[in-house]
Design a protein. Structure first.
Length: 75
């Protein structure tokens, strides 16, 4: 009876440790995938910032033209 208990404890410990190492490896691989996704998001954010800067420049030019137009008619 004593041997069966120790065998069950050993199997349970082995299964638990195996599961722990398996899940640890899976979590590490997910971390790598998340890092790759983060770099893609950073590239997209820089593209969006460049696009917003172009739109801001166009609005500034339009604002200058509008101000010049108003100055001609108001003065």
């Amino acid at each position: 009876m004593n041997g069966a208990i120790w065998t069950a404890i050993g199997l349970l410990a082995g299964t638990s440790l195996g599961t722990l190492f398996y899940l640890g490896a899976r979590i590490d691989s997910m971390g790598g995938r998340i890092d790759a996704l983060a770099s893609r998001v950073d590239v997209l954010a820089s593209r969006m910032d460049a696009g917003f800067a172009r739109v801001d420049a166009r609005f500034d030019a339009l604002e200058a033209r509008f101000d010049a137009h108003l100055d001609r008619h108001a003065g």
